[in-house]
Ligand binder design. Sequence first.
Ligand code: NAP
Length: 485
Amino acid sequence: MLQKSSPFMKQANLINGEWVQADSGATLDVINPANGQKIGTVPKSGAAETRRAIEAADAAFKLWRKTSVLERHKLLRKLHDAIMDNQQSLAELLTMEQGKSLFEAKGEVGASAAYVLWFAEEGRRTYGDVVPSPWADRRIMVTKEPVGVIAAITPWNFPSSMLARKIAPALAAGCTAVVKPAAQTPYSGLAWGALCEEVGFPKGAVNIVTGAASEIGDEICSNPLVRKITFTGSTEVGKILIQKSAATVKKVSMELGGNAPFIVFDDADIDRAVQGAMLAKYRNSGQTCVCTNRFFVQAKVYDSFVEKLAAATLKLKIGSGMDEGTEQGPLIDEKAVEKVEELIEDARAKGGKIITGGKRHALGGSFYEPTVISEATPDMRFMKEEIFGPVAPVFRFETEEEVVQLANDTEFGLACYFYTGNLGRAYRVMEGLKYGMVGINEGLITTPEAPFGGVKESGLGKEGGHQGIEDYLDTKYVCIGGLGL
Ligand code: NAP
């Protein structure tokens, strides 16, 4: 069994270089969503363990911040290599706890390594400024310094790569970290501890605590040693963390919920749009923040798009992520299936037509049939709510102005996609959409080189790109006077 052989499956917290249990000895079970079986346990920790992890990170910071950028760069490159050397084993662990296909899990682990490499390089480019001085005898310098201890809280849908985007820039910038992975997928988070240990990061540089979310979160928010919180998860929890961390005025980065529109104009290449739609909708069984939530298709091509999307959807191979050829695994849990069922029922009652899917999969458990719904209308719940499942509602529209207005009619602003063959329209629509990321004639756009992040209630700050390290740095203005010049 994998759980016996994987060197990365740690069932303990990592605090100050020691693998330890919760003070109370209490544990949480971790379940494989593909078969409902228990994989193992992790500590059910709370405030006290979190406080010790923060103190360890603070002690480590005093030394880590003094290391040279080159030294940090070299260690991060080693971390990249260690991830790639163990890609298969890390991917198996991820599939086992999260459910996605092994193919996608390997992709995610590869993406984690790519983020580490990117930030290893960006760490060497955290330039400051020398500013022309308004005074003859003074000079002005602007430098960048690590913020200090950072705390990272991550969700279950990308349990490896969401941490890569936080741990890598933090370490590259000279910060140290306290990490709280999601309760449903803690092993891919704890694996970061094992990897950092293996490649030689000093003890306390990365600490990982699992357990009671609000107790851990409250300690993180209230502890003055934590200078930055970086969170990926729901908008609801993000707002709580922003509010609670206000008392100690921390920097915050928030990667929150989405409600991505995917617009197909009648001048688009429809086959290309369908290909992009399959990636933008069904990756990770529709459980990604950048997954299409609403398809908007112009009237002239509506029927042909729905027909082609349904045909492609029907071909998806559903099964355990561990099985060869599986394209779509189970949803994370029963609650996720119930939410999908509610949204479909709501659409059905309001005139939506189920073209394919629309029910639980014969495999049982939390497997759900990929679903296409036509005749979607703005009064249906998925106009406003994140589906987080394999359901594609298709709305019909007539004009460019109408669709831009519909696409923007949400409090979210993470990713959006549109397909057109008209260059003028491409610019007009791109400039009209209030989103942090836009895919034009592309359905899969995430890459370490580009700034990932949302606007409006989808969040604050960017992960990836040269921007992705900025949030881990403080800017210091230095005025040097009395130069006698
Ligand atoms: P969630 O319920 O907000 O949980 C995310 C993390 O926050 C988990 O580790 C969770 O711990 C923790 N948490 C929950 N309540 C907390 C509290 N009071 N204090 C501190 N931490 C707390 O989100 P999810 O259901 O796991 O993930 C899905 C959401 O994430 C979706 O909305 C999706 O759009 C969003 N997401 C956004 C991005 C992005 O980059 N913008 C990427 C991926 C996902 P437990 O697991 O222990 O409850």
